[in-house]
Design a protein around this ligand. Structure first.
Ligand SMILES: C[S@@+](CC[C@H](N)C(=O)[O-])C[C@H]1O[C@@H](n2cnc3c(N)ncnc32)[C@H](O)[C@@H]1O
Ligand code: SF4
Length: 361
């Protein structure tokens, strides 16, 4: 059963210096053509299941005009949405207007994820963002006034020359927004972005680690639960959609560059608009063996701070998790912790989680 949907909207009004996601500049004709193809892809593939989580990501879905949104509404209508669906839309602070927010509300959106990235002008400039913190404050007030209460913000840290003092200022500012969810990302520099072309360097690994620890301590002290490597939530307002990924459950991925996981197949859509319009969508299909499925379950499941429930794992994959790979050794070495019910990564080693997960590939 596939009860989750990701829809990719690959358009932005401005291209940031660090971003290598699938996206192009907003263009009304291209958006209309794209929405027609999206409709076709969904009609041809959706099997009519009840949808519990729907995530419209990008790119910047907020770049769509009201006319475009009217078209998107007809696409959303195809899905049978559960009455307690989590329906998220990603927005860029620059784009959102009262009318767009009212439209989101009307089509059933109940969670807003907003790219704040930094609250300090010089870093916003470095990231080629067009907003300042004042605009973010105003837009979040508008989002709340319209009645959205489940709000997540993205923060990027580790920009060139950034100090722990700057990070503290960013975190303080985020807390002042009184939102319930925060995603934090250490800046990644990709070759095909402005930062990559300029040959910019990341901060050194020592400071990166200090920043990670600082974020975790700071947010935990201020009422946020660290529930996934990069994610923090107040009052258990976890991202249900992202938990579908981390719990290794099925989801449809629709749109250019989207990926999905249905039955035992993981697939990746083309990033080429031309091929997408020609319905040559899937560029990569991985048919999973039992071992592959288990490997994914471990790699994704250990991203959760709580870890993997051992009984659930046995019931789903019919194998004792402790018997897999070198898990017993990792427990002996203190990298993994078996608390009886859950098996999880020792918090001391979360920062080097990727090197632990390599054991399960
Ligand atoms: C699709 S964007 C969010 C919505 C909207 N497009 C925006 O930028 O406001 C997804 C998020 O991924 C993160 N991200 C993207 N590229 C990144 C990079 N190179 N390094 C770190 N974080 C990155 C940013 O925090 C960004 O907000
Ligand atoms: S970070 Fe967001 S707004 Fe910036 S280019 Fe990427 S998707 Fe577009």
């Amino acid at each position: 059963m596939t009860n989750s949907v990701y829809i990719h909207i690959p358009f932005c009004n401005n291209i940031c210096s660090y971003c290598d996601f699938s996206k192009v500049y907003y263009n009304n004709d291209l958006v209309n053509k794209y929405l027609d193809s999206l409709l076709l892809e969904i009609k041809n593939n959706y099997q009519g299941e009840i949808i519990n989580t729907l995530y419209i990501g990008g790119g910047s879905p907020s770049s769509l005009s009201i006319d475009n949104l009217n078209k998107l509404r007809n696409i959303i209508k195809i899905f049978k949405l559960s009455s307690d669906i989590e329906f998220t839309i990603e927005v860029n602070p620059d784009d959102i207007t009262k009318d767009k927010l009212l439209f989101y509300k009307e089509i059933g959106v109940n969670r807003i994820s907003i790219g704040v990235e930094s609250t300090i002008d010089k870093y916003l400039k470095y990231l080629n963002r067009r907003h300042d913190f004042k605009l973010v404050q105003d837009k979040i007030k508008l989002i709340k006034d319209i009645g959205f209460s489940n709000i997540s913000v993205d923060l990027i840290y580790g920009m060139k020359d950034e100090t722990l003092h700057d990070l503290e200022k960013d975190l303080n500012n985020l807390l002042s927004l009184d939102i319930n969810h925060i995603s934090t990302y250490s800046l990644e520099i990709h070759d095909n972005t402005m930062l990559g072309i300029n040959n910019d360097k990341r901060i050194d690994d020592d400071l990166d680690r200090k920043m990670y620890d600082y974020i975790v301590n700071y947010l935990e002290k201020n009422g946020f639960e660290h529930y996934e490597i990069s994610n923090f939530a107040k009052n258990k307002t976890y991202s249900k959609h992202n938990l579908v990924y981390w719990n290794n459950l099925n989801y449809y991925g629709f749109g250019v560059g989207a990926s999905g996981y249905i039955d035992n197949i993981r697939y990746q859509n083309t990033k080429s608009f031309n091929n997408y319009f020609l319905e040559k969508r899937i560029i990569n299909k991985e048919i999973l063996s039992n071992e592959d499925t288990i490997s994914y379950a471990l790699i994704l499941g250990f991203r959760k701070i709580k870890g993997i429930n051992k009984n659930d794992f046995y019931n789903r994959y019919h194998v004792d998790i402790l018997s897999l790979y070198n898990i017993k050794d990792l427990i002996k070495e203190g990298l993994l912790i078996d608390d009886g019910e859950y098996l999880k990564i020792n918090k001391e080693y979360l920062y080097v989680e990727n090197s632990i997960l390599e054991n399960f590939v």
